[in-house]
Design a protein around this ligand. Structure first.
Ligand code: ADP
Length: 332
């Protein structure tokens, strides 16, 4: 049967892994998927050395077929599900499916739900604590005003988290559809700067834009609103995390075949070990500081996802207590 070309070709093309064992449980054939899951060198080895699992040992001892699903982790940390095992005296087969992506996805989903619940619970707890105080105590006018202000701030924070989450999920829905508009980037940078100029002035900061002349006729493919959101988030962070009375520098220039936008600020900076993680959802270097200045921990996750959709890259460099630069590079 194993010499049958058609049968082998069928095994080569199905999207599950298939292992065939002989009467001694030695693997005599594995299709490409099974070799990819378990390694190229599995032919000739006993199945119980490859899938070290009680169910497989029971099958060998009891000569029973297994219809119950079970999972095992390979030495390369892949999670493989065994869909079916069948064995008689002379021959048997095992059908496998790689579940690593699904398990990873499920873990991310679970972590996100836990994070969202946690992030929303803390402002909720504050608000309900104050409501209880207001219900039970006679307060002076000043104190009442202060409590109401705190409640308002916390409610605003919840609303920012929810709107950032909605923004993130909208981007994720479109993640694999490429944008089609041709945009000029400088317009998008200017829209973001105009919207934030007043915020910068409030802490006596100035946003300085420097555009190199050779880019005026360069266009990139992109979604204008999303690109404005990228620069809005990056410039807003530069304002939030910079020392007071400093400048935020925005440079737009061409580098090889890429249009680059650099946003730099002088501030505490980001320690090297945190740099790879700051684009994760809800990741903050200093939670308390981010919270005090109204952060949600979602801004850079939004930036990362928008840039992914645009095939653009983000580079972060930071010298502690000096300059931090976020550089975005678009193919053009
Ligand atoms: P947040 O809402 O907390 O600002 P972000 O996703 O925008 O969330 O950023 C994640 C974290 O990255 C921030 O909490 C902060 O610790 C760090 N960060 C972002 N931009 C800067 C910057 N320009 N300088 C220093 N740290 C920054």
């Amino acid at each position: 049967m194993l010499n049958d070309k058609k049968f082998k070709s069928l095994l080569d093309h199905i999207d599950v892994g298939v292992i065939i064992v002989d009467g001694n449980y030695e693997i005599v054939h594995a299709n490409p998927n099974a070799k990819e899951y378990l390694g190229e060198m599995i032919i000739g080895r006993p199945i119980y050395n490859i899938i070290r699992n009680d169910e497989v040992i029971d099958m060998i001892n009891d000569q029973k077929d297994i219809n119950k699903l079970f999972q095992f982790t390979t030495s390369a940390e892949r999670i493989i599900e065994v869909l079916h095992v069948q064995k008689n005296v002379k021959i048997g087969y095992v059908i496998l499916k790689d579940k690593s992506k699904e398990v990873a996805f499920e873990n991310i989903r679970r972590e996100l739900v836990a994070n969202v619940s946690h992030e929303l619970r803390s402002p909720l707890t504050t608000i309900s604590g104050f409501i209880e105080t207001l219900q039970n105590e006679e307060l002076e006018k000043d104190q009442l005003k202060r409590f109401l202000n705190i409640m308002q701030e916390e409610a605003n924070r919840m609303s920012r988290i929810v709107s950032d989450l909605l923004s993130l999920s909208k981007i994720e829905i479109n993640l694999y559809s490429r944008p089609k508009e041709k945009i000029n980037i400088i317009n998008e940078v200017k829209i973001a700067i105009d919207a934030l100029e007043i915020v910068a002035l409030e802490s006596q900061k100035k946003i300085k834009l420097d555009v190199s002349e050779d880019i005026f006729f360069t266009k990139v493919i992109g979604d204008s609103d999303e690109i404005v959101e990228v620069f809005h988030n990056l410039i807003e962070n530069a304002i939030k995390y910079s020392f007071s009375k400093t400048d935020i520098d925005v440079l737009v220039y061409l580098e090889d075949a890429n249009l680059c936008v650099e946003i730099s600020n002088m501030g505490h900076g980001i320690p090297d070990e945190h740099i790879p993680r700051v684009t994760e959802r809800f990741y903050r270097v200093d939670k308390a500081r981010s919270r005090d200045i109204g952060g949600t921990g979602l801004g850079l996750a939004i930036v990362k996802n928008i840039l992914l959709r645009h095939d653009a890259k983000l580079f972060i460099s930071s010298v502690l207590n000096e300059k931090t630069t976020f550089k975005v590079s678009f193919p053009c």
